[in-house]
Design a protein around this ligand. Structure first.
Ligand SMILES: *[C@@H]1O[C@H](CO)[C@@H](O)[C@H](O)[C@H]1NC(C)=O
Ligand SMILES: *[C@@H]1O[C@H](CO)[C@@H](O)[C@H](O)[C@H]1NC(C)=O
Ligand SMILES: *[C@@H]1O[C@H](CO)[C@@H](O)[C@H](O)[C@H]1NC(C)=O
Length: 477
């Protein structure tokens, strides 16, 4: 398939830039909100299931940066300038000694609890597995659930769902968008019918799953946490910690399971200098990501933030080797993904850790306006992709070039069909309030056609993640 020929339509680009601020503001609102929430939780620390965790593991910054640079030097050394890093070559950094101390905190599971999930219907009947190994999970169609399995949970059941995505609570009148089940072509119903939440619990047992990326991966993390939270027999034995700004953990204690979210919209490091200018360092990962070591499952994404332009662009300049560099957004995107890919190749023990990259989550703007939409698109060809296809191929090319087996969660196409699944005007303002009637009448300004309602589409992304976890790791083909 030839992605390189794709061109962004001028009209699309114009409309996209008109509406970009909505994404940016909602992102910053989300950040502020999570800050507020974390402060609130730290101050109050009251509601029992959501106790604060004060032990924030602080990792020194320098070793990580050297590691990232080292990795880059190793992979890029033939290129001119690579030799700059040679002096680092001897400085092999020992792996971080600790990850947050789950083991010490966990008590032995008592029998009643460890048996609790067993009576539930088995997630994937064994006899189906052979057949299901072969089908492409990401090709298929949306069918209306008539068996009563969807939605997989109710928003009211998950106290930690962010207001931004609880569409019904924000006044969305229709609920049909919650009742669609993904049917991969050539597969049985599998996890998509029932058993998804139990599969989530089982996959998380004695594991640490980490989502890393932008607010769309946070959307996916919230969904995963809800799937788990509503499946555990004793919800009081769970907690949500806003450990630090941009770092949140859900834990199910009886399962020794943790699901974390690291906010890192570019994957590479964005640094605010003393003069307040912001440098996007294309050859370094943020120090906080050092805490990913030892995770059992990593789910990365990046994309949207690279397309922001003008005032919305999050960086003032690009840096490589500590020096200013000038290049287009797409070249920068490629360099950042290369840095990420080399880091994974050199630092992730893929015998222990499954690595996923979630493909771009489509927005529905311009020709494919999400406002007023109440059912999925049936004719996929009617959808005009908003994200430059050339950037999609940058992602795919980088993943293909990796040594580590990375599973590509190719959700772009199936999500493009879900024009009905965005919050649209049933979201919150920068101040965290539901949109007023007046604001709802100005969807061009206020509608959120980027994130997704919960319960909703990200639940399916997670079912796809679970189904992929049950298969052997495969590289992108
Ligand atoms: C708890 O989970 C961690 C991974 O998060 C794992 O390393 C550890 O072995 C588990 N503990 C037990 C008792 O199984
Ligand atoms: C959305 O629906 C409302 C009410 O039916 C209608 O007034 C409005 O024109 C529609 N907007 C668009 C963009 O289709
Ligand atoms: C991702 O899915 C789309 C459509 O389903 C397909 O055209 C594309 O080839 C897939 N990409 C990869 C790398 O598998």
């Amino acid at each position: 398939m030839d992605y390189s020929a794709a061109v962004v339509k001028p009209s699309l680009a114009a409309a996209a830039s008109r509406q970009r601020w909505a994404l940016a503001t909602s992102l910053s609102a989300l950040l502020c909100l999570s800050l507020l929430v974390s402060v609130g939780i730290l101050l109050l620390g009251s509601s029992r299931p959501f106790r604060p965790l004060f032990a924030v593991p602080q990792q020194p910054e320098a070793p990580w940066e050297r590691y990232a640079k080292l990795a880059e030097a190793a992979s890029l050394s033939p290129s001119p300038g690579g030799s700059v890093h040679d002096r680092h070559a001897a400085a092999v950094v020992a792996p971080a000694a600790t990850t947050p101390g789950l083991d010490e905190d966990e008590k032995e599971e008592d029998d009643a609890i460890s048996e609790a999930p067993a009576p539930a219907p088995a997630p994937a009947p064994a006899e189906k597995e052979g057949e299901e190994q072969s089908c492409d999970l990401f090709e298929g169609r949306w069918v209306r659930d008539t068996a009563g399995h969807y939605p997989l949970y109710e928003a009211a059941e998950c106290p930690f769902l962010s207001d931004q995505v609880t569409c019904r609570r924000n006044g969305r009148p229709d609920s049909g968008y919650k009742q669609w089940r993904w049917q991969p072509r050539g597969c049985g119903e599998g996890l998509f019918g029932s058993g998804g939440r139990e599969a989530a619990l089982e996959q998380c047992r004695n594991r640490r799953l980490v989502f890393v990326g932008d607010s769309l991966n946070r959307n996916m993390w919230e969904s995963f946490a809800c799937l788990l939270y509503t499946a555990v027999p004793d919800r009081s034995r769970t907690l949500v910690d806003d450990v630090a700004s941009g770092y949140t953990i859900f834990r199910a204690m009886d399962y020794n399971c943790s699901v974390e979210f690291f906010w890192s919209p570019f994957l590479v490091k964005l640094e605010t200098k003393q003069d307040r200018t912001r440098a996007l360092k294309l050859d370094q990962l943020p120090a906080t990501l050092e805490q990913l070591r030892g995770a059992d499952v990593l789910v990365f994404n990046t994309g949207h933030w690279w397309t922001h332009t003008g005032k919305l662009r999050a960086w003032d300049h690009l840096e490589r080797d500590g020096k200013l560099v000038e290049m287009g957004g797409e070249a920068a995107f490629n360099m950042a993904l290369t840095t990420w890919a080399r880091w994974v190749d050199h630092n992730v023990d893929t015998a222990r850790t499954r690595v996923f990259f979630r493909s771009v989550s489509p927005e529905h703007k311009s020709e494919n306006w999400c406002y007023n939409q109440t059912s999925p698109v049936t004719d996929g060809t009617a959808i005009v992709p908003w994200f430059p296809k050339s950037m999609v191929s940058v992602v795919e090319r980088n993943i293909r070039s990796m040594r580590a087996p990375v599973t590509y969660l190719n959700i772009t196409r199936l999500s493009e069909l879900r024009i009905d699944a965005h919050p649209s005007v049933y979201t919150i303002t920068r101040e965290g309030k539901p949109l007023s009637m007046e604001q709802r009448q100005q969807p061009l300004v206020y509608a959120d056609c980027s994130h997704w309602c919960l319960p909703g589409l990200p639940d399916t992304w997670n079912l796809l993640l679970l189904a992929s976890l049950a298969r052997s790791p495969v590289n992108v083909h």
